[in-house]
Design a binder for this molecule. Structure first.
Ligand SMILES: Cc1ncc(COP(=O)(O)O)c(C=O)c1O
Length: 307
């Protein structure tokens, strides 16, 4: 089970390579929603998402790797590509054909080779394993890896230091790496702060998994504009952490995600991708059930620009 000391060690290890991201506040938004919101700006992180943290931590812990291999719907690919560039290692990333062209291009820009032909959300793990056998590169899983979970937890350490009075923290949940890390930090250091996951209605596997006490796997990739959380299931390592430390999961509609993106753009002037807007969408839809002082993890900003 992931421990606070692993997250603390990750923070020291990755500090030279990642940003301490700012916490933003917006009085207009607070007035509109009747809350005090503290927005953790991971869209301003290296590579445009928190994924640089876990990827960097995992890569720094490898010994004698010939190269790095990642499977990703986008942001983890950029994280691993960035880590490879820092460490001078070649990087292969397996991305679904339908993944965001911008995210593929960004991974290439960091020097990674993108493998996407015939790759779907459903078969990508198998493709990555075959490539691993062929190349001998070290596979860095996007969430089900204690090194990755510890790296993502450093978001929680920073947020707690920047806003030590939060009543609840809202975190997007895909495979659960970010939520595992953040929940581990808050349960250890600020146990009265509730940590809540957020996922789209059509991708409610985390909510169902925690309710049913077993990992519920979706039969196919959910259709949602939040492309970072199209994962089919929680991981075998993230699930037990979330079961013990997460206080619940909220689901949100596609309309609420779009409205949250719009508010982040118009009110706070921040470019946040749909997945990063999930926590604000949860405030829009479940505000009445939530406390007043909230931390929202804006987990990424890598969105396609559509004129
Ligand atoms: C922007 C963004 N937020 C949240 C997540 C979900 O992270 P996790 O899989 O660790 O739950 C992802 C995953 O790709 C992401 O890209």
């Amino acid at each position: 089970m992931l421990s606070l000391s692993e997250v603390l060690a990750a923070r020291a290890r990755i500090a030279p390579y990642v940003h301490e991201t700012p916490v933003l506040v917006c009085q207009g938004l607070d007035r509109l929603l009747g809350k005090r919101l503290f927005l953790k700006g991971e869209h301003l992180q290296k590579t445009g998402s928190f994924k640089a943290r876990g990827a960097m931590n995992a890569a720094l812990l490898l010994k004698g790797a010939r190269g790095l291999l990642a499977l990703s719907s986008g942001n983890h690919a950029q994280g691993v590509a960035y880590a490879g560039r820092v460490l001078g290692l070649p990087v292969l990333v397996v991305m679904p054909e339908e993944a965001s062209p911008l995210k593929k291009e960004a991974a290439r820009a960091y020097g990674a080779q993108v493998v996407d032909r015939g790759v779907r959300y459903e078969n990508r793990e198998e493709v990555a394993r075959l490539l691993q056998e062929e190349t001998g590169f070290a596979l860095i899983h996007p969430y089900d890896d204690p090194r990755v979970m510890a790296g993502q937890g450093t978001v929680g350490l920073e947020l707690l230091a920047q806003a030590p009075f939060l009543e609840a923290v809202l975190v997007p949940v895909g495979g659960g790496g970010l939520a595992s890390g953040v929940a581990t930090v808050f349960k250890a250091l600020s146990p009265t702060t509730r940590v809540l996951g957020v996922e789209p209605e059509g991708a409610d596997d985390a909510k169902r998994s925690l309710e049913e006490g077993r990992i519920v796997r979706l039969a196919q990739a959910p259709r949602t504009r939040a492309d970072g959380v199209r994962t089919l299931a929680l991981g075998s390592l993230t699930f037990p952490v979330l079961k013990e430390r997460l206080d619940g999961v909220l689901t949100v509609s596609e309309e609420a995600i779009l409205e949250a993106e719009r508010l982040l753009f118009t009110r706070t002037k921040q470019v946040v991708e749909p997945t990063g807007a999930l926590p604000l969408a949860a405030v829009l839809e479940h505000g009445k059930r939530l406390p007043e002082v909230l931390g929202l993890v804006l987990s990424g900003g890598n969105r396609d620009f559509l004129p």
